[in-house]
Ligand binder design. Structure first.
Ligand code: ZN
Ligand code: ZN
Length: 141
């Protein structure tokens, strides 16, 4: 296990503890998969990734765990065209959605703060989130 993986697990543990939630293996696994991925994943993808690293967890457990993590506001969900996807909610972010493969990545809030202000004044909307559509790096190749 690399030191960054250990840090990650430690951070996830802390976040769960702060919320008075038990740090179960399933919760840790889900948070870790999302943190390592850095974007959004569907429940089935999360389940597959946990299995790939040797974790044994039922799909139904992944769904239940995600539900609980959403309640705890550690994870948020996004309704895409094809499926609901889940991403870490610890740091505020916007979303980039790939029109090729449907991948959803995170855009740091600070990176587009200017754009959000400009969009707000141009439309008189009170912006809550930005969804950027385009081709992800993998689909550009
Ligand atoms: Zn997100
Ligand atoms: Zn793509």
């Amino acid at each position: 296990m690399t030191s960054s993986t250990t840090d990650l697990r430690e951070r996830c543990r802390e976040q769960l503890r702060e919320r008075g939630a038990r740090c179960t293996a399933a919760r840790l696994n889900v948070l870790q998969v999302l943190a390592e991925h850095g974007g959004h994943l569907g429940a089935a993808q999360i389940h597959r990734r946990i299995s790939e690293v040797g974790g044994h967890v039922e799909v139904s457990t992944v769904y239940r765990t995600l539900e609980r993590l959403v309640e705890l506001r550690l994870v948020h969900q996004l309704a895409g065209n094809a499926q609901v996807s889940f991403g870490l909610a610890m740091e505020a972010h916007h979303h980039a959605v790939c029109t090729g493969c449907g991948a959803i990545d995170q855009i740091p809030v600070a990176a587009v703060a200017e754009v959000m202000r400009a969009a707000a004044s141009a439309t008189a909307y009170r912006p809550e989130g930005l969804v950027l559509s385009g081709l992800c790096p993998r689909c550009q190749q």
